[in-house]
Design a protein around this ligand. Structure first.
Ligand code: SAH
Ligand code: SF4
Ligand code: F3S
Length: 464
């Protein structure tokens, strides 16, 4: 654990108070996974601490920060597009500070490109520098027009965890709680281990303290985050694994439920399934990304499980956890994946019966092993396979979702539905249901009778 340099906070607060007539506003936008969303909450916490107000759009902002994702090329292109679109705003408002942070800023080539082709970007920093933001703000006001950190310059591949970063959460009833950072798995297609660094687990006592504070503050849903939550505990002094951690958290009294993501199948244990089955507070839903259904491709992906082992795990979960549902990520068109191999994925998807599927066409990432593999199939062929996969999944989901109709279930009410007067809520299994109810129910539990299904969304009636 390391400590924040609090003297920079005070100095940054003073500089900001001197520089602006009115308290300035910051807009932080996140791309990518929940871990990034959670990081953005910390970035807002740090900014609020030094005197920024937080706003929900770029128009009023004095500081605009993009917290970026590098997982696929499309994600990066969107960021470059959105950053480019701010050029005009900056010309109109020269005092505007524009920043790019997060996973893209961990790649030297991207930082070079930002430096060279986006001169109106003032601030660039990576995923391990959130606690250093006040120091960078001081530099920006005192020394330089631009503060651009090259990855590796200061904090890259940090092996410690900073525990005291302030946080401004987006919701007052659903919370993200990171339990591990980084990833050691090096799946051959994936950039995450390169941009997020080595896997480290937070100490159980630190997690428990944050968890208890959330429960005491009335949070109803707490989602534990990590690239591979199932390897939680590796490298800690205490002998503790993910199932032990869940067991410990479930002992905290209160009115809440726990979700977690992501579970890597190679480390998902029977003990974990038994723990889920044993506790009402744990949602009966598993996001267990399989990526593909061919043993050869799984090996090339470096996933460390085969189809039979994966299906065995699913079977055990179905047997042990009544009503359990699954979701998964699939990559279509990994280099060299043949038509027959793709069909094995289709077959597996049908066999498991996922409630939701997150599907991606393979995107080569510079520096990863797969990016150097021969890739003879065209984008059109891959897009065609994707369409077939989506169609198959649509039928599966239709059937599974349809089976829920008629039951009455507890939902956590999350917000407004698409139709006037309706709210939406999430079932234990992550499905969304829409129903007519008063706004005051947002953030509360409700009993809802599921009456029909429209695509992936259920319609329901609030029960008294
Ligand atoms: N740690 C999580 C995944 C994080 S990335 C896990 O192992 O399950 C989220 C998803 O993005 C992955 O599951 C994968 O399906 C997809 N993905 C990652 N890299 C990709 C790439 N280069 N091209 C296409 N999809 C990719
Ligand atoms: Fe990427 Fe694999 Fe790590 Fe997930 S487990 S973040 S897919 S390397
Ligand atoms: Fe993207 Fe970084 Fe998450 S690359 S998926 S935001 S860890």
């Amino acid at each position: 654990m390391s400590t924040i340099q609090f003297e920079h906070n005070e100095k940054a607060a003073r500089l900001i108070a001197e520089h602006y007539e009115m308290p300035p506003l910051a807009y932080v936008h996140s791309y990518g996974c929940q871990q990034n969303v959670n990081d953005a909450e910390k970035i807002r916490g740090v900014l609020a601490d030094v005197g920024f107000g937080i706003c929900n759009g770029p128009e009023q902002a004095d500081l605009i920060l993009f917290n970026t994702c590098a997982v696929r090329e499309h994600a990066e292109q969107r960021v470059f597009g959105n950053v480019g679109a701010l050029k005009g705003l900056k010309e109109k408002k020269p005092g505007l500070i524009i920043g790019v942070c997060g996973c893209m800023a961990q790649q030297p080539a991207i930082v070079e490109k930002l430096k060279k082709s986006y001169p109106f970007v003032d601030l660039v920093f990576g995923v391990n520098s959130i606690d250093r933001l006040p120091e960078m703000i001081c530099d920006r006001f005192e020394k330089a027009k631009r503060v651009v950190e090259m990855p590796g310059e200061r904090t890259e591949m940090r092996t410690d965890i900073v525990e005291e970063i302030p946080i401004r959460r987006d919701s007052d009833f659903r919370a993200w709680l990171s339990i591990t950072y980084g990833c050691d798995n090096f799946c051959t297609y994936c950039i995450v281990p390169y941009v997020r660094g080595r896997e480290r687990s937070r100490r159980p006592a630190d997690i428990l303290a944050e968890f208890k504070a959330l429960v005491a503050a009335g949070y109803k849903e707490i989602t534990l985050l990590g690239q591979n939550v199932n390897s939680y505990g590796k490298g800690l002094e205490e002998k503790v694994d993910f199932a032990d951690l869940l067991e410990m958290l479930c002992q905290v009294p209160g009115d809440y439920q726990i979700r977690f993501m992501t579970s890597h199948p190679k480390d998902a244990s029977r003990k974990l399934m038994d723990t889920i089955a044993a506790h009402d507070k744990l949602c009966k839903h598993l996001h267990l990304p399989v990526q593909c259904g061919s043993d050869r491709v799984l090996k090339e992906m470096n996933r460390h499980y085969n189809k039979a082992q994966y299906l065995e795990l699913i079977d055990y979960a179905k047997k042990t956890i009544p009503g359990v549902t699954f979701s998964s990520d699939i990559i279509v068109g990994f280099p060299g994946e043949t038509e027959e191999e793709f069909e094995e994925t289709l077959e597996l998807v049908k066999k498991v019966g996922y409630m939701q599927l997150f599907t991606f066409i393979y995107s080569p990432r510079t520096g990863t092993k797969a990016a150097a593999m021969p890739d003879p199939f065209t984008h059109k062929q891959k897009a065609d396979r994707m369409a077939r996969l989506l169609k198959a999944q649509e039928e599966i989901a239709f059937e599974l979702i349809g089976r829920q109709v008629g039951s009455t279930q507890r939902v956590l009410v999350e917000g407004h539905g698409r139709n006037e007067g309706t709210l939406n809520g999430r079932l234990d299994n992550n499905l969304v249901v829409e129903f007519t109810a008063p706004e005051s129910l947002i953030g509360q539990w409700a009993q809802v009778k599921l009456t029909s299904a429209r695509g992936a969304i259920l319609l329901g009636e609030l029960q008294a």
